[in-house]
Design a protein around this ligand. Structure first.
Ligand code: FAD
Ligand code: DLZ
Ligand code: SF4
Length: 533
């Protein structure tokens, strides 16, 4: 009789995982802590602590359910510190004749596992069924379409699942309430506090281990407050639907100088690790709408993020990889500015977004897209440098979701698959949506001169530099019209302002050096290799 090793990866912590279904009685379930996964980009210390704590709790829950579990800990003397090598070592140790694993969250692992299909202990790859759609469903939807627009994909998912549907019609009479969801920040708003999670001994040990092994990474464990068990994640879900959801819609695009979470759910990490299913999150939100607790623009706006965007980016990732990762449509080649690692900048919006990221391993969508993302786009930061940063610093980051958002949505590097136009904006947009500019030494109203907001000249410089690729885009005709009506003198002054700003940025150290300067000893690797700890 076959004896499988059931490998459960750090972001597969769900009892519904395909790998765990119909497990034969002799199966061994393996979870492996390995240094390589903490270091292939220099992950934030909260992210490492989260994975270690959540994996240890899930192993305990599996044992309580009667599974035979092998848990490889970071300190084990015989740990290979690579997921592939460690799984094969354990399989041999227990006399297993195959390794079963559900589709991982990153192509590099998927490829490495595919290559081991005919190994002495062969790998069997299963579909990860914990999403609303599989990559195959997405490929079927995409077949024959000229453009892969989120809106059509999303509507189809609404119809298919019946979520927020009343018969054949969308609840509230419209598919999309985005126009009601663009209110800027107001001083008088009060944002809900987060639940404070208790640290049990497992969590304390996990955080201490993260600190001991990876204390040189960005962030510090003291203010860690992420849910590490299903029970804690459910507390966060209930808290959000009760206190945040009703205002989520209106203020979805707002940015605050002081509040990191506003009315956002902060559920992404729990969902991405498998502590919550996207189905139950959408069901809880839909229920609040039908109970009359929240308006339709909040419920629809939130469900679109999960049933729409989350599924859509995953489909795009798996159908476009591996070529997707090397796309660079606008030919960007700048290194990441050093201040992305230490928030040492006098541009207030960037300083706050990066400092919140360092403090919490979290920034909300508009900070990621319109502050750190927009700035990198306007400066022409090369995709691999920016993608590595987003992957490292956010607790919810996994390549299937990070890459399309960064490379596609932020950098327009995929030539418009993710978005029909780049999300480029000047200081005027940040001033409208946030209360940052009143605390800044720059003025969002000036384009040139010592007080001018750098976003302004960079914005026009970006449009000029990339005109050949973008000026025929129907959604950018208006802005290119404005540019062409400017006098030559004005254009020259803006160009000079932007170029002198970029020249001073140019001297910033590159990726590895930036980490070094900020005190993070990184071991950035090009591929998979064992790293002794
Ligand atoms: P909420 O605002 O409360 O939204 C609810 C949920 O919707 C999120 O939890 C998330 O699951 C989903 N969602 C919202 N927007 C997106 C989106 N654009 N793509 C996919 N799912 C979405 N999200 C990640 O989960 N992991 C990442 O690595 C990641 N990297 C990003 C990088 C960039 C450059 C950008 C612009 C966005 C990225 N996002 C990523 C999407 C989004 O910013 C986060 O999901 C969100 O900020 C998480 O906070 P929240 O749970 O409070 O979200
Ligand atoms: C991010 C991460 C970290 C820090 N550590 C581990 C680990 O020790 N073991 C593990 O299985 N996964 C870890 N992960 C997540 C992986 O990098 C990877 O994204 C997923 O395993 C892919 O499904
Ligand atoms: Fe950011 Fe410019 Fe506003 Fe300063 S003035 S906070 S740099 S947008």
């Amino acid at each position: 009789m076959s004896k499988p090793l059931l490998l459960v990866l750090g972001d597969q912590l769900s009892f519904s995982l395909t790998t765990l279904q119909d497990a034969p009685a002799n199966a061994v379930v393996a979870l492996c802590e390995v240094a390589e996964e903490a270091r292939y980009v220099p992950h934030h210390i909260h992210k490492i602590g989260l994975f270690l704590a959540a994996m240890r709790h899930f192993a305990q829950a599996l044992r309580e359910k009667g599974f035979q579990v092998h848990y490889s800990a970071l300190d084990d003397a015989d740990n290979c510190h690579s997921l592939i090598d460690e799984a094969e070592r354990i399989a041999q140790q227990y006399g297993c004749d195959e390794i079963r694993v559900a589709r991982p969250g990153e192509w590099r692992l998927w490829e490495a596992m595919q290559q081991r299909k005919d190994a002495t202990t062969p790998w069997r790859l299963l579909e990860d069924e914990r999403f609303f759609t599989t990559p195959k469903d997405f490929a079927n939807w995409a077949t024959g379409r000229k453009q892969l627009r989120l809106e059509y994909f999303y509507r189809e998912q609404r119809k298919r699942t019946g979520i927020l549907m009343e018969g054949n019609e969308p609840a509230g009479g419209k598919w999309n309430f985005d126009h009601d969801n663009r209110q800027p920040i107001k001083a008088a708003l009060e944002f809900p506090d987060l639940p404070q999670h208790r640290f049990d001994a497992l969590t304390k040990d996990a955080l201490a281990d993260a600190e001991r092994h990876f204390g040189d990474h960005i962030g510090c464990v003291e203010n860690f407050n992420l849910p590490v068990t299903r029970r804690q994640a459910l507390v966060d879900l209930n808290h959000f639907t009760e206190h945040g959801l009703a205002d989520f819609g209106c203020y979805q695009d707002a940015i605050s100088d002081s509040a990191p979470y506003l009315y956002h759910s902060r559920l992404s990490a729990a969902m991405n690790l498998g502590l919550l299913s996207p189905h139950e999150v959408c069901a809880a939100v839909e229920q609040r709408y039908y109970d009359g607790d929240v308006p339709i623009n909040a419920a629809e706006g939130f469900i679109r993020q999960i049933l729409g965007w989350r599924e859509y980016v995953r489909g795009l990732y798996w159908t476009q990889m591996p070529n997707y990762k090397s796309a660079n449509q606008l030919g960007f080649n700048r290194e990441l500015p050093a201040f992305y690692w230490d928030a040492n900048t006098d541009m207030r919006c960037l300083q706050r977004a990066i400092q919140m990221t360092i403090d919490n391993s979290y920034a909300h969508h508009i900070q990621r897209l319109m502050v750190t993302g927009n700035f990198a786009l306007l400066c022409g930061v090369k995709p691999e440098a920016l993608c590595d940063w987003y992957l490292a610093v956010y607790a919810d980051a996994s390549e299937w979701v990070e890459l399309p958002n960064t490379l596609g949505m932020v950098l327009h590097a995929d030539g418009g698959l993710m978005g029909s136009k780049p999300y480029c904006a000047s200081g005027k947009y940040i001033d409208k949506m946030s209360d940052h500019c009143q605390h800044c030494r720059y003025s969002p109203k000036q384009i040139t001169g010592p007080k001018a907001c750098p976003f302004n000249s960079l914005y026009w410089h970006f449009l000029e530099t990339n005109a050949e690729q973008l000026n025929q885009n129907p959604r950018m005709k208006l802005i290119y019209g404005s540019l062409s009506r400017m006098s030559d003198d004005k254009r020259e002054a803006m160009r000079q302002q932007a170029e002198s700003f970029l020249a001073q940025l140019e001297v910033s150290p590159g990726y590895g050096q930036a980490c070094h300067t900020a005190g993070y000893a990184t071991t950035k690797t090009d591929g998979i290799r064992s790293i002794p700890i």
